[in-house]
Design a binder for this molecule. Structure first.
Ligand SMILES: C[S@@+](CC[C@H](N)C(=O)[O-])C[C@H]1O[C@@H](n2cnc3c(N)ncnc32)[C@H](O)[C@@H]1O
Length: 206
């Protein structure tokens, strides 16, 4: 993980202004479409539901959710440059009426409790898990924060390359139960099956 997300997104912001390149989508574009497809066939809520992308980066997840017809989307990131890039992309797509942004540190900001029907995370818990200091404390704070902002019975959909399905289910088990595992590509090595990326849907239970 980079030392400074602002540096990363500053470069991407320049590329976007110069060439219209939206920059890196973590885990590739397929990681967005597998969530969009899953929601299309499995989500029982409405397109009016409030959905937040935690650590939205360039906001491409929000673009695809808006294309899918979701009407109330929020992108949260603590990198000023990421929010600048994501809002420029959203404006270019003329999606400002359905997407808003919060520039804040998820771990320290007080957010609205039980507000979101769905919270998404693609690579953000991984970034927090790889913090150089106080990792355990930060991870446990993150889990509490997600619990606080998601509605009772709401969903938390996480894509991770740092934790296995079992580890995620266990770490979030105080507040969330397993809803679904969204299939991701598998590989076989020495007779064992593994995955490079996991995508797990948890449901708030407490
Ligand atoms: C690996 S990137 C993923 C970006 C995007 N979700 C994607 O899939 O392309 C992690 C993102 O989380 C953001 N982030 C990390 N820690 C954060 C925190 N405590 N509060 C808010 N955003 C955070 C970073 O600024 C970065 O944009």
């Amino acid at each position: 993980m980079p030392d400074s997300w602002d540096d990363v997104y500053n470069k991407e912001l320049n590329n976007f202004s110069d060439h219209g390149d939206v920059g890196e989508v973590w885990f590739g574009e397929e990681s967005i479409f597998r969530i969009i497809r899953w929601l299309r066939y499995n989500y029982n809520g409405s397109k009016e539901d409030l959905i937040i992308d935690l650590g939205c980066g360039n906001g491409m997840m929000l673009v695809e959710l808006a294309r899918e017809g979701y009407q109330h989307l929020v992108g949260l990131d603590y990198s000023k440059q990421a929010i600048k890039l994501a809002s420029s992309i959203i404006s270019k797509q003329e999606m400002d009426s359905v997407v808003s942004f919060k520039e804040c540190d998820l771990l320290s900001e007080k957010l609205e409790s039980s507000a979101y029907s769905v919270a998404l995370d693609k690579g953000t818990y991984d970034a927090i898990s790889l913090s150089p200091i106080q990792v355990k404390e930060k991870c446990s704070l993150y889990i509490k924060k997600v619990h606080d902002i998601v509605k009772p019975n709401g969903l938390f959909i996480i894509t991770t390359c740092n934790w296995t399905d079992k580890e995620i289910i266990s770490q979030f088990s105080e507040y969330f139960g397993l809803h679904s595992v969204i299939p991701t590509p598998e590989f076989k090595f020495a007779g064992k099956v593994g995955k490079l990326v996991s995508c797990i849907v948890l449901q708030r239970i407490n």
